[in-house]
Design a protein around this ligand. Structure first.
Ligand SMILES: Nc1ncnc2c1ncn2[C@@H]1O[C@H](COP(=O)(O)OP(=O)(O)OP(=O)(O)O)[C@@H](O)[C@H]1O
Ligand SMILES: [Mg+2]
Length: 214
């Protein structure tokens, strides 16, 4: 637990699991509870990282393989921490971040097979000790998640790099997240995301108050 009262809470999970929806609700509830809140997302969250987000999600980098993608995510994450969330947490703010380090583990690691030793090296260089105080893993059957993501997409809007992957690969992502939760139960809570929005929000609030005393 951080000594300075600031907190880093991350939301993780597959496509369409409700991370962005729930990040917004959580940020609102925390603010209502009197916390100073910063809501942000990855990849992106700072000007430098948002530029990299474009390159990654357009799919322009995927042809260079998961190592190149993981490196770019690492650069973006470092910039995000250095330029935004690091200072916010030190200043006592509660940061709610839509995707963070576990997405790299699940997508470039579990889905694409990048070795754990590489991921660990990158984490040491970027995140270091700045790990989340709480990670909410929104768990949903990938088929249901993709159906939600498809329904959300506006006409003419292109699918992004990771939405294009086969459902089978998304099963690996799901399992990747569940494995992280099992390995790090003191940091992670698995939330059943296949429930109505308000119920998911309640489960999340319960986890946050229980773990962090919001
Ligand atoms: N519990 C829920 N039940 C039904 N629909 C939901 C629920 N939560 C979110 N949705 C809807 O599903 C779609 C995807 O939700 P959202 O954008 O929050 O997911 P996400 O995890 O951020 O997706 P992505 O990984 O693509 O960013 C949205 O249209 C949202 O309104
Ligand atoms: Mg989202």
């Amino acid at each position: 637990m951080r000594f300075d009262n600031g907190r880093l809470i991350t939301l993780e999970g597959g496509e369409g699991s409700g991370k962005s929806t729930q990040a917004e609700i959580l940020a609102m509830r925390l603010a209502r509870a009197g916390r100073r809140v910063v809501a942000t997302r990855e990849p992106g969250g700072s000007p430098g990282a948002e530029a990299i987000r474009e390159a990654i999600l357009s799919g322009k980098v995927s042809k260079y393989g998961p190592f190149a993608e993981a490196l770019l995510f690492a650069v973006a994450r470092k910039d995000h921490i250095d330029c935004q969330i690091g200072a916010a947490v030190t200043d006592g703010k509660w940061v709610v971040c839509d995707r963070f380090v576990d997405s790299t583990r699940a997508y470039q690691g579990a889905m694409e097979g990048l070795p754990r030793s590489i991921l660990e090296s990158l984490e040491r260089l970027t995140v270091g000790d700045f790990m989340p105080d709480l990670t909410l893993i929104l768990d949903i059957d990938p088929e249901a998640g993709m159906a939600r993501a498809n329904a959300r997409r506006e006409e003419g809007e292109e699918v992004d790099r990771f939405e294009q992957e086969e459902l089978l690969l998304h099963d690996r992502v799901r399992q990747g997240f569940l494995d992280i939760a099992e390995e790090e139960p003191e940091r992670c809570v698995v939330i059943d995301a296949n429930q109505p929005e308000e119920i998911v929000a309640e489960d999340i609030w319960e986890a946050v108050t229980e773990r962090l005393g919001a």
